[in-house]
Design a protein around this ligand. Structure first.
Ligand SMILES: [Zn+2]
Length: 441
């Protein structure tokens, strides 16, 4: 890491591109312009492309070798950041890059401006040496932290495609063991409303004869819950089990027991610790996220006629939001009295994403990473939902999702940080990836 890099990174970090705060709209644009200008200085073309009220940066840095055979590698990172609040917990100002004890501290240094910078820097350096063997397509958005969909819309509409995509927006469980994320879970969420009468009633007069909406809600939700740790079969349709290669990765990860204990969590059932990775990577799960009705704050004897809940289902790789959502509605309705007025309103959904571990891009990527950092990455899944993954999968673009953030990087928290050495490691890894993926041509 030299002084030029440091000055550039400092300048990028200093733009407070907080997407959640309307007061920072201009800063988001400045961050987008910073990415655009970097791509241009690196010998490419780039522009801000408006999607709704926000800008994507779309750019291309052409290969300097390989001619017409050079494959196109998409790189993705986001230039927006989480709000820095609470400010008083920061030991140095969040938008001033500061180095302390081997770490860089700043909002966005790990998630994701610092990591995006390393992908851009590697392309710039290779291009300057006339040694860039792939065409780089830059795709960068400023609404990742607020769940924006503009990058998904762009991917759906972009007919050019790419031979592979690299995303540095994640990290590794342990600093010595890099990880490629091969799959993400999807999501389908509902707001349930139950009505069983015009107005709440006296439970002395009507209790035992009139239907209570809270009871109906509980019956419906109960029909969806896991038994022995697994959801009803109707909600498990389509899921794909872990591949052998993914199972092999588990040996290099903390055990389910450790993870649950670290989180202070209570295991769901006696098998939850042993089955942790199966449950969070290869099974759907359902959580009731909120339930409201009645008058829990007062001593009372009311028979309640209206109740609500929100629940979300994380979909395993291979599953389809419409199929699983439809099955959940059916199970709920079958479990409650027909006389109750039940509305199930679907609120959000995203498909799971899954990439084949044996695709040439992933295999070349594993070798490239090993050359750069000395360790072959393990292939893992991500229990969370990232809409860009299924969008890339739907386009048939194999994706290397990885990164250098650590569990101690305080992502989304005060004192966000990235190890100083990992900036160099990330640039080295990106460089080797570009060289290695040239073989896709
Ligand atoms: Zn991120």
């Amino acid at each position: 890491m030299n002084d030029t890099w440091l000055a550039e990174l400092r300048e990028f970090i200093a733009i407070p591109s907080v997407s959640a705060d309307p007061a920072h709209q201009d800063d988001l644009r400045r961050a987008a312009e910073w990415v655009r200008d970097f791509v241009k200085r690196a010998g490419g073309e780039a522009e801000l492309v408006p999607y709704g009220s926000r800008d994507l940066v779309i750019g291309d840095i052409p290969a300097s070798t390989n001619g017409a055979d050079a494959p196109t590698i998409m790189i993705y990172g986001h230039f927006d950041v989480q709000p820095p609040a609470p400010l008083d917990l920061w030991e140095s100002p969040p938008f001033e890059l500061e180095e302390r004890d081997g770490w860089f501290y700043a909002r966005g240094i790990a998630d994701d401006k610092g990591q995006l910078f390393t992908l851009l820097k590697a392309a710039e350096l290779l291009r300057a040496e006339n040694a860039l063997p792939v065409n780089i397509r830059v795709v960068s958005d400023g609404e990742e932290e607020i769940g924006g969909h503009s990058v998904v819309e762009f991917l759906e509409q972009d007919e050019r495609g790419a031979d592979a995509c690299i995303i540095f927006d994640g990290g590794m469980t342990r600093p010595e063991q890099p990880e490629f994320g091969l799959a993400t879970r999807g999501l389908v969420g509902y707001h349930v409303t139950v009505r069983t009468g015009e107005r709440d009633m006296h439970s002395g007069y009507y209790g035992g004869a009139a239907l209570n909406a809270i009871h109906v809600l509980l019956q419906g939700l109960s029909a969806l819950l896991a038994r022995d740790g697994l959801l009803p079969d109707q909600l498990r349709v389509g899921r794909t089990a872990l591949s052998e290669i993914e199972v092999a990765s588990l040996k290099k990860l903390p055990s389910g027991a450790e993870i649950l204990e670290d989180a202070g969590a209570t295991p769901l059932d006696p098998k939850a610790e042993d089955d942790f990775y199966d449950r969070t990577w290869a099974e759907p799960s359902l959580d009731v996220n909120g339930i409201f009705g009645g008058k829990p704050d007062f001593v009372n004897t009311t028979l309640i006629v209206e109740a609500h809940a929100r629940f979300t289902i994380r979909l395993a790789p291979g599953q389809d939001p419409d199929t699983v959502g439809g099955a959940a509605e059916k199970l709920f309705r079958a479990a409650v009295p027909q006389e109750a007025d039940v509305t199930l309103e679907r609120e959000n959904s995203a498909p799971p994403g899954v990439f084949a571990p044996d695709s040439p891009a992933i295999q070349l990527g594993l070798e490239a990473f090993e050359r750069a950092v000395g360790v072959r990455p393990i292939l893992v899944r991500v229990g969370g939902t990232l809409p860009i993954y299924p969008a890339l999968a739907a386009k048939g673009i194999p994706t290397i999702g990885t990164g250098f953030a650590l569990r101690e990087s305080n992502v989304h928290s005060p004192n966000e940080r990235l190890r100083v050495e990992d900036v160099d490691r990330a640039v080295a890894a990106a460089t080797e990836l570009y060289k290695g993926l040239a073989a896709l041509g």
